[in-house]
Design a protein. Structure first.
Length: 424
């Protein structure tokens, strides 16, 4: 269990970090202020602040976010009546605004807020030291910070550094960068996995006989790199088709058609009966052929990513066009359960799981659902066609619908996962 927990935190942490770093990097390049870069959700455990960005680690290792100035998840409103303390720096401008009871500003001026403008004209006003007979206004520095209720200190968000102030191209690239990084991570991890397992495996009918355990194929004279083209006269061209045919023939005499170089011959053998997942299947002791050529191994990350992408898109299309079931989806509970299997398979299993999960996250995030990156990209495209953004109220409404849909779906998926893995 401890190994599974550690593996889950590392795998999920790496995927989330890479995804959010894509948004972070391109937001910075676009001149958008990134107020907070968080790994994890919920209560803050640790934070480190630079001149522009506050980096936080939060309690729940099931997500993360990049909080951009002016973004949909970014609010900086100080409501009238909010008690704050102000630190006034050079040129009589406020450089820090404290709204937290967890932090005390040395020489801070206590104030009860009556009104603020922290985006355009940059000022704050209110009753100073409890004196309600006079309202006092202070100018606020462009790079001032605000200490939020949980003690996190972030930059204020003037209009010129907000997300909407960036060009359409920069905003679109910032939205796309998260999924893009997940695809890049999958390519890199699949390439590393190829070197870890010692070569490129392919889903064709070329095989390697094993030298330990079940050795029926090796004992029958089958060699590394042979092609099995037929099982009892039934043609096979893929590894999956080959495995299916052999598994049906436990303890039955079987004739295999073997292609070696330009020669073809037939080999007769009897698959050994083995119990796999409470089922009796036939095995002859073969594995998928490993191509050890350096060139093939270097490009394997691209080919495996492309193959898996096609399979995942096909699965999504089947869900959309066919009979949808919650069992086709998996949330954090299902991911945690799968992590246990991956961890038991060693480094190769963890790397395969990491690449697969990263690719999943990238593809799902590109779906045109409001609140996901794909939904934001769709709004960018619509803005480009209209040559002006949608009204803010319309965009907010669309995003809210997407958030509600995702929350409901996540609750249903999580409950279904709990039933699948822990109740049934």
């Amino acid at each position: 269990m401890l190994t599974t927990i550690i593996t889950f935190i590392i795998v999920f942490g790496v995927i989330v970090f890479i995804h959010e770093f894509g948004h972070f990097y391109f937001a910075k390049r676009a001149g958008i202020l990134v107020r907070e870069f968080s790994i994890g959700m919920g209560p803050k455990l640790f934070n480190y602040r630079t001149a522009e960005t506050t980096y936080t680690i939060r309690l729940l290792p099931v997500g993360g976010y990049v909080r951009m100035a002016g973004g949909e998840d970014d609010e900086d409103e100080l409501k009238p009546g909010t008690p704050v303390s102000l630190f006034v720096g050079d040129q009589d401008k406020v450089t820090r605004i404290n709204t937290s009871k967890k932090t005390t500003l040395f020489n801070g001026i206590p104030m009860q807020v009556t009104a603020t403008d922290l985006e355009n004209e940059l000022w704050i006003e209110g009753y100073e030291n409890g004196d309600e007979s006079e309202t006092k206004r202070y100018a606020v520095a462009h790079d001032a910070t605000i200490i939020e209720s949980d003690g996190t200190e972030v930059r204020i968000a003037p209009t010129d550094v907000q997300f909407q102030s960036a060009s359409l191209g920069h905003r679109l690239m910032t939205n796309f960068a998260g999924p893009m990084n997940n695809f890049i991570l999958a390519i890199i991890v699949y390439t590393i996995l190829t070197f870890v397992v010692g070569g490129v495996t392919t889903n064709n009918n070329r095989i390697d006989p094993t030298s330990t355990g079940v050795t029926v194929a090796r004992d029958a004279g089958i060699k590394n790199g042979d092609y099995i083209t037929a099982v009892n006269g039934k043609k096979v061209t893929t590894w999956d088709g080959l495995a299916t045919q052999i598994q049906k023939r436990a303890n039955k005499k079987t004739t295999l058609t073997i292609k070696r170089n330009d020669a073809t011959k037939r080999v007769t053998l009897t698959p050994k009966a083995e119990t796999v997942e409470k089922k009796t299947v036939g095995q002859i002791g073969i594995t998928q052929y490993h191509n050890h050529a350096i060139g093939a191994m270097l490009v394997s990350g691209f080919t495996q990513t492309w193959d898996m992408t096609k399979r995942l898109i096909g699965a999504i299309w089947s869900m959309v066009s066919g009979h949808f079931s919650l069992n086709d989806l998996g949330g954090p509970v299902a991911i945690f359960a799968t992590t246990s299997t991956a961890a038991s398979e060693g480094i190769a299993g963890v790397l395969n799981f990491l690449a697969f999960l990263s690719l999943n996250l990238g593809i799902v995030n590109l779906l045109p659902i409001p609140a996901l990156d794909g939904g934001k990209i769709l709004l960018n495209v619509i803005e480009g066609i209209r040559r002006k953004p949608l009204p803010e109220s319309v965009e907010t409404g669309i995003t809210l619908v997407g958030v509600v849909f995702l929350v409901i779906l996540m609750v249903l998926v999580t409950w279904n996962d709990i039933e699948r893995y822990f109740i049934r």
